[in-house]
Design a binder for this molecule. Structure first.
Ligand code: AMP
Length: 300
């Protein structure tokens, strides 16, 4: 089954202690779409400007991402730049230039409206609502977010959380949202806001899944000896997860844990190169090999 993904489609300028790379293909939707494409057909909803390089459109096409929902407008592509500290965990946003996103209204092609799996990747919650409003009874809706929306669009975000099956956020966002230090208690509080499944991402420490009936699952991150650029790892995790879910037979409950492991695997590849450079070249056998390694590493 197909996955519809909306989110940012961006040019990222990324600085790490070792290197600096300007205007890479980035954005939550780009990372999530390529990650999901290893498992299922992807339909992308987003907007880029006239300055968006052809080679990035070709990258989407190489991964068979359906671009009917990608608007190309006059003006500049969303540009984000960030800088990592030596530990590669702490990141500082240097600039966010909205460009064509400033006036973006997502319009879903008719062929997208029945897509069974929907990933509302990180973008303004009002836009996530807008996409959901145009869908016809999707089977499974996942939403991701970032601290910015907790700070400037909390009422919209709270309304969105009520509408989704699975809400994904990182540990510091979960603490901010619930005013709760303990993540297990935070998970319980987030269920009260609506979703049946809540996933808290913890970067190099993996992710925790919680289900409304009290179930918990701890998904590990793949142990990498060297992180080149973690930008988009969270988006790759959630993209890989939803991609696998849409391709797997059986119920969501049955498949979600395995889907998270696939998400972790794709996220690990993402961290090994700048932007999407490494993920672009990943193959399905390489994904399966790491999946097996993670299974071995966590068996006891
Ligand atoms: P992550 O590393 O998973 O937090 O995601 C990083 C991606 O988020 C980058 O590729 C950015 O282009 C994108 N991003 C940064 N700020 C925003 C924003 N305000 N809205 C949407 N996407 C953003």
């Amino acid at each position: 089954m197909s996955v519809l993904i909306v989110g940012s489609t961006a040019l990222d300028s990324i600085k790490t202690p070792r290197a600096e790379n300007p205007r890479l293909l980035g954005g939550s939707a780009s990372h999530a779409a390529v990650a999901a494409s290893f498992f299922a057909p992807v339909r992308l909803v987003g907007i880029v400007g006239a300055d968006f390089p052809q080679k990035y459109l070709q990258l989407y096409r190489r991964h068979k991402v359906d671009l009917e929902g990608l608007q190309i407008a006059s003006g500049k592509t969303f540009h984000w730049s960030g800088e990592y500290e030596v530990n590669m965990n702490n990141r500082r946003t240097l600039a966010t230039e909205l460009g064509v996103f400033e006036t973006f209204t997502p319009r879903l092609p008719a062929s997208y409206q029945d897509t069974p799996f929907v990933l509302l990747a990180n973008i303004a919650p009002s836009l996530q609502h807008h996409v959901l409003n145009q869908m016809r009874r999707p089977k499974f809706v996942v939403a991701d977010t970032m601290d910015l929306w907790l700070n400037i669009a909390l009422p919209d975000l709270l309304k969105l959380i009520r509408r989704v099956d699975c809400f994904v956020l990182n540990d510091s966002e979960a603490r901010q949202l619930t005013q709760e230090d303990n993540l297990i208690t935070a998970l319980k509080k987030i269920h009260k806001l609506g979703p049946k499944y809540v996933i808290i991402k913890k970067g190099e420490h993996g992710a925790i899944l919680s289900t409304r009936n009290g179930g918990l699952f701890l998904s590990p991150a793949y142990p990498l000896p060297r992180v080149v650029d973690p930008t988009g790892a969270g988006d790759s995790f959630v993209g890989g997860m939803v991609g696998h879910l849409s391709a797997a037979r059986g119920s969501i409950d049955l498949n979600l844990r395995r889907a998270m492991i696939y998400g972790s695997v794709v996220a690990s590849f993402c961290c090994e190169g700048f932007g999407l450079k490494f993920t672009d070249r990943v193959t399905r056998p390489a994904i399966e090999a790491r999946f097996k390694q993670l299974a071995k590493l966590t068996k006891f």
